[in-house]
Design a protein around this ligand. Structure first.
Ligand code: NDP
Length: 434
């Protein structure tokens, strides 16, 4: 679309979905007409606002806040908030668009949305982050609500930021409701929510391998990122008997041929979540590991899990992974693989799990957090993990239903796009042209 020409990430996400949806619509007249496609690619509402805040020296800064309320056909808008200097409307629209289909796949009643700011929490004191979060919520509060829009965390927004935003909302509205997910356990969070995206991604890979009569046992895995998703993907993969060789951050990656076991992962969690340090410190601490600049995709592995950010695995890197006989790639992050990289994987018949399916465990567990908040109950770990496992199993099954090719190869991209689309499209058609 001409009026989105300056939004490359958004166009990339729409293009990827349209490629599989348009042939499906052509075969299914029910979805033709009523400007359905035109409506589905246009956010219902976008809110852009000023976020002024004062640093520790008393200087005033101004950032931009955005919330894209993309689609509410099947439930309240739901999707994370990202605080990162690269945040812009194109990135948030791509994420909100993807989120709509992902949330549909979870089988839960969740619409799609995404938001955030170009604020960079790195290098800021706790008090500065708190003042920023409070200022952000001073505007956002009027647009969200437990039945309207329920944001969560994403890059740069963890439990600290969610806590400060929740506190400010409660102060302004004088009500204690589940308007954010990813809350700490002491005030309405859900067990397993921190783990859920990483765990869910590994459950999805387990299912992909099971179709091939294979398992994660003794597989080598390259993970990118060292944040929330990467950490718990590493934990679950190791629990299933795999060996995780790499993790990374924006400065480079560490390669540990002996594997990042539970003790070493505890070191990374302390380094990233508490000390907020750089991943290179791992290689300074463990002799078995080395630190390199760049991304980890040249390290030979059986499975690759990109868990950092968008467009972090390109065609050239995909070809190196293929040469090194990678069997499966599953996106823990949103859109980490470029379209050329995905094409290369699929041509080489590498099992490829797209983010809207393989990383849906996070939002699914956010949905379970919303249910618990509404019930004013806390479910135990076993129950939430069991539900997460079943949801990932369902998503995998939906991908197989819509994505199985004549030669038996499962096109998970096609399967996820169509399965996600059908539910949203049916709801939009039922609700008329609104
Ligand atoms: P975190 O902020 O916890 O971690 C992000 C990690 O990615 C960090 O290691 C960070 O390194 C690295 N990173 C961020 N930006 C870049 C960049 N431009 N180049 C290289 N590395 C980068 O975020 P999450 O783990 O929560 O999110 C990671 C991805 O997963 C995102 O794409 C997010 O949208 C997606 N996702 C997250 C979900 C969740 O539940 N958290 C749910 C579904 C998807 P550094 O420390 O140097 O910044």
């Amino acid at each position: 679309k001409k009026n989105n020409a300056h939004e490359p990430e958004f166009l990339q996400a729409v293009h990827e979905v349209a490629e599989t949806i348009i042939p499906f619509i052509e075969e299914n007249p029910r979805y033709q007409g009523k400007m359905l496609l035109e409506r589905i690619v246009e956010p219902e509402r976008t809110i852009i606002f000023r976020v002024p805040w004062v640093d520790d020296k008393g200087e005033i800064h101004v950032n931009r806040g955005i919330r894209v309320e993309f689609n509410s056909a099947i439930g309240p808008y739901k999707g994370g908030l990202r605080f990162h200097p690269t945040v812009n409307l194109s990135i948030l629209k791509f994420l909100g668009f993807e989120q709509t289909f992902k949330n549909s796949l979870t089988t839960l009643p969740l619409g799609g949305g995404k938001g955030g700011s170009d604020f960079d929490p790195k290098g800021k004191s706790d008090n500065e982050v708190m003042r920023f979060c409070q200022s952000f919520m001073n505007e956002l509060y009027r647009h969200i609500g437990q039945n309207t829009d329920v944001p969560a965390g994403d890059i740069g927004v963890g439990s600290r930021e969610i806590g400060y935003m929740f506190g400010q909302y409660k102060k302004i509205r004088n009500e204690f409701t589940g308007i954010l997910t990813g809350k700490a356990m002491s005030y309405g969070g859900s067990v397993i929510r921190p783990e859920s995206t990483g765990y869910g991604c590994v459950y999805f890979v387990k299912n992909m391998l099971a179709v091939q009569n294979d398992s994660l046992k003794d597989k080598t895995i390259s993970i990118s990122g060292a944040g929330n998703v990467a950490q718990y993907a590493c934990e679950k993969a190791t629990e299933f008997g795999a060996k995780v060789l790499t993790m990374s951050d924006s400065s480079g990656y560490i390669y540990d041929p002996e594997g990042i076991d539970a003790d070493k992962l505890a070191f990374i969690m302390d380094l990233k979540n508490v000390k907020r340090g750089r991943i290179s410190a791992y290689a300074e601490h463990y002799q078995s590991a080395s630190f390199y600049e760049g991304r980890p995709w040249a390290v030979p592995c059986d499975i690759a899990l990109p868990c950092a950010t968008q467009n972090e695995l390109n065609e050239e890197e995909a070809k190196i992974l293929i040469q090194n006989k990678v069997m499966a790639v599953a996106e823990g992050a949103n859109m980490p693989c470029t379209p050329d990289a995905i094409e290369a994987f699929q041509k080489a018949r590498v099992l490829f799990g797209p983010g809207k399916a393989s990383n849906a465990g996070g939002v699914a567990t956010s949905g379970l957090e919303m249910s618990q908040n509404s019930l004013r109950l806390n479910w135990d770990r076993e129950k939430v993990d069991g539900k997460l496992y079943d949801i990932m199993d369902n998503i995998h099954q939906s991908c197989v239903t819509y994505g199985k090719q004549e030669d038996g190869f499962i096109d998970y991209v096609k399967g996820a796009n169509i399965a996600g689309f059908v539910k949203v499209a049916d709801a939009m058609l039922a609700q008329g042209v609104v």
